[in-house]
Design a protein around this ligand. Sequence first.
Ligand SMILES: Nc1nc2c(ncn2[C@@H]2O[C@H](COP(=O)(O)OP(=O)(O)OP(=O)(O)O)[C@@H](O)[C@H]2O)c(=O)[nH]1
Ligand SMILES: [Mg+2]
Length: 397
Amino acid sequence: MPLSLTPRAILIDIVGPKINEAMAKRRLLELESLTNTYGGITVVKLIQKRSVPDYRTYIGSGKLEEIIRLGQELKAELLIVNNLLKPKQLFEIEQKLRAHHMAVWDRVDLILKIFSKHAKTAEAKLQIKLAAIHHMGPRIFGMGMEMMQQTGGIGTRGLGETNTEIMKRHLAEQEKQVKKDLERIARSRLNHRQRRDRLGLKTVSIVGYTNAGKSSLLNALTNKKAYVANELFATLDTRVGKMWMKQPEGERMGSPLLLSDTIGFIQDLPPQLIDAFRSTLDETIDADLILHVIDASDPYMRDKIQEVETILEQLGVSRTPKIYVFNKMDLWSTKLRISTKIRKLEHGLKTDYQNWSPVVVSAMTGAGLEELKQQIEKTLCGNLLPSLRDRKKMVAG
Ligand SMILES: Nc1nc2c(ncn2[C@@H]2O[C@H](COP(=O)(O)OP(=O)(O)OP(=O)(O)O)[C@@H](O)[C@H]2O)c(=O)[nH]1
Ligand SMILES: [Mg+2]
């Protein structure tokens, strides 16, 4: 039975002994936000402490019975598990829930569903399709195995086995086609980048936790109209805009910089999704400067900074110059009415993160943007000497 457009959902997070109460609360809140972004309605949130997940169903059969009871009582259609489950475990749960008209998703399923709702360009759509093939594939094979055991057994070609073979071939063909299409797009992107390199344009990449205000900042700095929304993963494609630096004396025009927006990061971003969006993140890998945008009104700000840094490290860009942009400062004055408190907060951030040229701004009101532009120029012009690569090119050319 297909799900309704706004499915009523039971959320569950299985947490190990290393996760304390506060962390567990934050994880569930984030899962609720993700569910909201998808369009689902959270009817109940559950946390289960377990040092080792149940190998058959991950959550354990007792908990599953409780969920079925709750589901009937609260008319839920969907169970969302905030963990990465094995295909076989998802299949087991699915079997049990189906009789009660409920479906099950794990964390990757949920994020993939949000991605496919938000994908606009052909490239983003293809990347999601590829990630879905990788994620769903083993589950389909798992189902095939199950059917084979039921219908045939070792040595006989049961109905299940045939189905699995057909499905496998079909998925493999689809995967090959999607990869081919993606390569074509990547080649044209590379051409763009090479042209940019020849023109000697510096590039600045805007990164940060999802919903920090990256697209809003791109718009504010470049007069672009990137999609902005109070939802997670509003942006899935790289969008590029031009920002003009001040003109040096005697020159008619300042030089342009290319600013690019990127997909937002999130804690425990499933690795297959990082891989899926690697090519979009190539802009970040090649950037001359990274703007790390942070929602300064978020109580979990410091944890999120750490999580973004971890992903940047995985991308191998920890050596690129970086500016920390503390955004949404306008919300401080709504929350904290006393200006000395605000000054103290700003001072605290600037001291704690002094190695990262911190700037406090509001993409919404425009406050602090001039200071940010100056900081960008200062950081890049500190590098005004051509890069090693450019120098090599000059010698060669
Ligand atoms: N009050 C306030 N809200 C802001 C500011 N900047 C962005 N927002 C809001 O924050 C929400 C997220 O903004 P986006 O620019 O879409 O954030 P993003 O980082 O691009 O998000 P994703 O693409 O989903 O990862 C939107 O509702 C914006 O209106 C700001 O300076 N002040
Ligand atoms: Mg965005």
